[in-house]
Design a protein around this ligand. Structure first.
Ligand SMILES: [Mg+2]
Length: 197
């Protein structure tokens, strides 16, 4: 199968780091206490910040988060197993759209950890469903509800990777909700060879 894989919150736990450091920035740096909703997945939606405040956060913490975030539990092992089984792995990520220096840092981290195993890399991708169509993706793994919904609307299977406070999504023939990489491995084996009409 051709498997599309998101990066932040799926391969790296960077979304978690963004949530932690955005709390510190809001309370310590801004002394603002402008929390809107801590059920939001992305830090951009969790606070009432001006554009300048958002840029201040990124200037202070973005590079550090990209450098120090951890691989999600099991992701290295499972992706290597899927690769060995003959699946194509295509990285489809928005990373690089805020600051393209983050691409190089990530490439180096992949290399260092033996994870430069992807068949293709799509960085700074805003329209993931278009890439999924172009690449004939059989299933896309993403932690952002809107991406999963848009991909499923294009009749492409999506795994909504949910290991964080994030909105609930109802499963249907195109959407599966899973919580860790072990479950993803099991599910891909279950559906391997089954095509949706
Ligand atoms: Mg993500």
């Amino acid at each position: 199968m051709r498997i599309g894989i998101d990066l932040d919150g799926v391969i790296f736990d960077s979304e978690k780091e963004f949530r932690v450091y955005s709390e510190l920035y809001d309370t310590v740096d801004l002394k603002k206490n402008s929390k809107l909703d801590n059920k939001e997945l992305r830090f951009q939606s969790r606070f009432k910040w001006t554009k300048e405040e958002l840029n201040g956060f990124l200037n202070k913490y973005h590079k550090q988060i990209i450098e120090e975030s951890n691989f999600m539990p099991g992701v290295k092992r499972v992706l290597q197993m899927l690769k060995q089984m003959g699946h194509s792995l295509i990285l489809i990520t928005a990373r690089g759209s805020i600051n393209k220096d983050m691409i190089k840092i990530t490439e180096e981290r992949f290399k260092k950890s033996g994870m430069d195993i992807f068949d293709k890399y799509y960085w700074a991708t805003e329209n993931k469903e278009a890439v999924c169509e172009k690449e004939n993706i059989d299933i896309m793994i993403d932690d952002y509800i809107e991406n999963c919904e848009r991909i499923a609307n294009h009749k492409i299977r999506a795994i909504y990777f949910k290991d964080a406070p994030s909105p609930d999504l109802k499963e249907n023939e195109y959407i599966k909700v899973l919580y860790n990489w072990g479950e993803i491995y099991r599910y891909i084996n279950e559906i391997d060879g089954t095509k949706l009409m």
